[in-house]
Design a protein. Structure first.
Length: 338
């Protein structure tokens, strides 16, 4: 695909101006968030600016995906084994850190974020390699069909088939973990409720990083005037509304498989919910956590103050709190797999 040069110029010019402005502000005033390093503030600000600029220059979803993948290729991990696989008609990648000696501690079935519209195995490869190293686990990352080309329930059905394929490869449920971030976190919950209802063996546990579980108009993310936040690239230009519409199409946004906040959660495996204290989805995630408690799930709550949305994926190596959270994820997985 060819992207017109002027769009690159607009995007990168705005980012260069933003970097200069951020550094100047750090020199002559206080940081945006007191605990953030300069690199963390730059990283968050660049993501926010990119979302604004992409909307102004009218990039298509396909063009945004291409930019993501091109940027990610410059940061591909060198210390990880990557194996492309086909899982009942769905493409995915096994990503395993080269630091793992012998058998991995577990196999993690991973559903990436991106509002159901962007994100891929390629754009997540470096982050997943780091997660693999930290948890000493093998990850299967799924390249599920993205909206608006593939609307609900396409991604969910693909995840269901790929999960069954993984079981068919001899992976025992007691050694299996489902994990996801943002939209992938919500999709993970929907997948587990579908597995339960179809009598397919559930995994040992689930890790949900900043999960997006309520796409409806009643969610806090679609009513930003009701609360305050420090960092919110997720909601620039009504991004959450646009993601939800692209994914759900004409489906009711309160369908429990679209918005698993409205689902029956009883009988699901132990869940770890990680969330940043400065992120747009905070109140919706707190609401989902209370729902888990009401439905008697074994659930752990991991709130990292002043951290933005999906900080473990988007901002690795920029703050010690990221490493602390990753190690808590490791302990949770290790305490649940057999």
């Amino acid at each position: 695909m060819y992207i017109p040069l002027f769009r690159y110029v607009v995007l990168f010019s705005s980012i260069i101006a933003l970097i200069a402005r951020t550094i100047r502000n750090r020199l002559y005033s206080n940081p945006k968030v007191p605990s953030w390093s300069l690199m963390m503030e730059l990283d968050v600000s660049i993501i926010t600016e990119a979302v604004k600029t992409l909307d102004i220059t009218d990039f298509s979803w396909e063009e945004i995906r291409l930019l993501q993948d091109l940027s990610a290729k410059r940061m591909w991990p060198r210390e990880a084994k990557v194996e492309r696989v086909f899982c009942n008609g769905v493409t995915g990648e096994f990503i395993t850190s080269s630091s793992i000696k012998g058998q991995p501690k577990s196999t993690v079935f991973y559903l990436h974020g991106g509002g159901y519209c962007v994100g891929s195995c390629t754009s997540y490869r470096k982050a997943i390699a780091n997660l693999s190293k930290c948890t000493q686990s093998r990850f299967l990352v799924l390249d599920y069909g993205r909206a608006p080309e593939h609307q609900f329930p396409f991604a969910l059905n693909q995840a269901f088939e790929a999960y069954k394929w993984l079981l068919g490869q001899g992976v025992h449920p007691s050694e299996l973990v489902i994990a996801g971030d943002s939209a992938g976190g919500g999709l993970s919950v929907s997948l587990m409720t579908l597995l339960r209802d179809k009598n397919v063996p559930l995994p040992s546990c689930a890790v949900l990083m900043s999960p997006w579980t309520d796409l409806s108009q009643d969610s806090c993310i679609q009513n930003p005037k009701l609360y305050n936040f420090e960092d919110i690239p997720f909601n620039e230009n009504n991004l959450a509304v646009r993601f939800a519409a692209a994914y759900a199409g004409h489906e009711d946004l309160k369908n429990p498989l679209v918005s698993p906040y409205y689902a029956n959660l009883e009988g699901l495996p132990p869940v770890l919910i990680t969330v940043g204290g400065s992120e747009a989805l905070l109140y919706d995630i707190e609401k989902f956590y209370r729902k888990c408690v009401e439905h008697k799930l074994q659930v752990e709550w991991d709130l990292e103050q002043h951290m933005p949305h999906v900080f473990q994926i988007l901002h690795q190596e920029l703050d010690p709190k990221v490493d602390d959270s990753l190690h808590r994820i490791k302990r949770f997985i290790w305490s649940n797999v057999q």
